[in-house]
Design a protein around this ligand. Structure first.
Ligand SMILES: Nc1ncnc2c1ncn2[C@@H]1O[C@H](COP(=O)(O)OP(=O)(O)O)[C@@H](O)[C@H]1O
Ligand SMILES: [Mg+2]
Length: 371
């Protein structure tokens, strides 16, 4: 499994994916920050390979650069690294970048792929000195595997049980000092013994407008797409601060420009394209607006508990919390309070501007929504 692609959460069997009923289904929509498996492949060419190419996240990047060069100067492996942030912000990318910058091997897996201790042991016995070993969705590790990982991280040893029953014995195998990079969208679900074994923690934040514009320009350059500055700026503003989303929208805008016979993506093309995709000025799409509207219409604007809300909008609680809420909260539209979710006054204004009344008529609340 070690060479398998890190799976994104929705593609790896977490229960219940609401609306369309299939992971990565149509209801995910275009601004959904999660990658489909095919997209993982397509993203390859756009993935930054070095810290210099990795745009934004300035403070985090500067610190990392220091830790990397210090580890290199001491000829040691880098401390274990914990990456926290919503999907699509660059966790997997950064793990690869770190390996590249260290000039080290890179091994990849995701927690759901580690079923038995032998799955983890199989990888750990092949790491070499300074290898960067990336575990995606690390909040989903099984307890037995987590135990094994503690010892590997702390003592660079592998506990291995030989035989069965009364004759069974444990041997400890030394493994070379490696760097574990663990990524999660849900830091709160990672056990504290595991958290405490990471020496460096990087928290991703949504990208600001300037960084998003830089990412659009970089991606357009690589894909050889011509795009005007004001078009890039509109696209950046409508992509919920998420590089994966902006890259996806850029490709769609290229399609729109192409069918209209335009060689360059202009602001008009982007504006029309976004309208067709039902993406509004804040980068929300229809399902985001439905969630907000349900809170207003059924729960008087909140507070409503996450579980109740999830049922009302036809999503798994995890999906709601990992994919929809982070951006709604960051955009100042939603608040998490001890008593539940509450919409802010911004929502009332925004839904009016987004032509919400029309959208309301054709949204289905509890059942699967057609896209
Ligand atoms: N800092 C960045 N600069 C430029 N592009 C980025 C950056 N972070 C992410 N991307 C782009 O976004 C895509 C998704 O990033 P990824 O690392 O897969 O996100 P995550 O693992 O957090 O879900 C990548 O393929 C890459 O093209
Ligand atoms: Mg990832």
């Amino acid at each position: 499994m070690e060479k398998s692609k890190p799976k994104s959460p929705g593609n790896s069997g977490s229960p219940g994916f609401g609306l369309s009923g299939e992971p990565g289904g149509a209801a995910r929509g275009i601004v959904h920050p999660e990658a489909s498996p095919e997209e993982d492949d397509r993203e390859g060419s756009l993935r930054p390979r070095t810290l210099k190419e990795f745009l934004g996240q300035k403070g985090m990047k500067e610190n990392l650069a220091v830790f990397i060069s210090a580890a290199k100067a001491r000829n040691e492996s880098l401390d274990h690294l914990f990456l926290i942030g919503p999907p699509g912000l660059g966790k997997t990318t950064l793990a690869q970048v770190v390996a590249n910058e260290l000039g080290a091997d890179f091994k990849v897996t995701s927690a759901p792929a580690l079923d038995k201790p032998k799955d983890l042991a199989g990888i750990l016995t092949t790491v070499s000195e300074k290898t960067v070993f990336f575990i995606d969705e690390i909040h989903r590790l099984k307890p037995a595997i987590e135990e094994m990982l503690y010892i590997a991280m702390e003592d660079y040893e592998l506990d291995w049980i030989i035989g069965q029953g009364p004759g069974a014995r444990t041997i400890r195998l030394p493994i070379p000092p490696f760097t574990l990079v663990g990524a999660t969208t849900k830091a709160g679900n990672v056990s504290s013994p595991l958290v405490s074994r990471f020496g460096i923690t990087c928290r991703f934040s949504f990208y600001g407008q300037a960084d998003m514009e830089a990412i659009v320009r970089r991606s357009a350059g690589i894909l050889q797409i011509a795009i005007n500055d004001d078009a890039a700026s509109l696209l950046a503003a409508s992509s919920r601060g998420t590089p994966r989303v902006v890259n996806r929208l850029l490709r769609r805008m290229r399609d729109f420009a192409q069918v209209r016979g335009r060689a360059v993506i202009s602001r008009e093309v982007v504006a029309e394209g976004l309208e067709r995709l039902e993406i509004d000025s804040l980068g929300l799409e229809r399902h985001d607006r439905e969630i907000l509207r349900i809170i207003i219409e059924r729960y008087n604007g909140g507070p409503v508990g996450a579980e109740t809300l999830a049922i009302s909008v036809g999503e798994a609680v995890d999906t709601l919390e990992d994919y929809y809420e982070p951006y709604l909260i960051q955009a100042g539209l939603l608040q998490r309070t001890p008593r539940g979710r509450v919409v802010t006054s911004l929502v009332y204004e925004h839904l009016k501007l987004a032509g919400g009344e029309m959208i309301l008529q054709d949204c289905s609340f509890n059942g699967p929504a057609e896209s």
